[in-house]
Design a protein around this ligand. Structure first.
Ligand code: URA
Length: 188
């Protein structure tokens, strides 16, 4: 077994936090290319993700896919994961302990995939990836550089866009910035 297969096997057995008691599936992520130049990080699986065992396959995921298709992203250009891999009951925000228990799995994924760009979808991802006090409405759309590692762009969570269509244009423009950066860096 290679390192990724080992990681998946270990994740599927994980009992490091109480979310393992209520999950139907561990949601490792979604993507055909484990060396994708772009990685999206969301919050945690919702109901549909829990049922299907895949990331962003419910309503929020459909919106993300639609935006990415409109911008001509190809599925092999990105990988999608979450801060936690098991559904928080009722889609509540994962607790600090749940997130901390799960983050080593996500760190493995980032190290393995080695994306040049990470997009944080929403404030939970931004809190754990960028800064604990991150304020999504004030700070989205602004690049954060981690030289030698990756660039990070925080944007709205697609569920927030579904709740408030006024956020749609900012969300779309943020993804367009990602495309421009990929084109400029010759990774498009
Ligand atoms: N919301 C998330 O944050 N992640 C998913 O995978 C689905 C919905």
């Amino acid at each position: 077994m290679d390192a990724w297969e080992n990681f998946v096997a270990a994740c599927l057995q994980c009992r490091k936090c109480p979310l393992c008691e209520t999950r139907k599936n561990v949601v490792i992520g979604r993507g055909t290319n484990l060396k994708a130049p772009l990685m999206f990080i969301g919050e945690g699986p919702g109901e549909q993700e829990d049922i299907e065992g895949s990331a962003f396959v419910g309503r929020a995921g459909k919106l993300l896919d639609l935006a990415l298709e409109a911008l001509m992203f190809r599925p092999d250009q990105y990988y999608i994961a979450n801060i936690v891999k098991c559904r928080p009951p009722g889609n509540r925000i994962p607790t600090e302990d749940e997130a901390q228990a799960c983050l080593p799995w996500l760190r493995f994924q980032v190290k393995y995939i080695r994306p040049s760009i990470i997009v944080c979808l929403g404030s939970t991802a931004a809190k754990y990836i960028i800064d604990r006090n991150f304020r999504i409405t004030q700070e989205r759309g602004i690049w954060i550089e981690k030289p030698g590692f990756f660039s990070i762009l925080p944007t709205y969570h697609p569920s927030a866009v579904l709740r408030d269509p006024g956020k749609k244009m900012d969300f779309f423009m943020d993804l367009r910035q990602v495309r421009s950066r990929m084109q400029d860096n010759g990774i498009w």
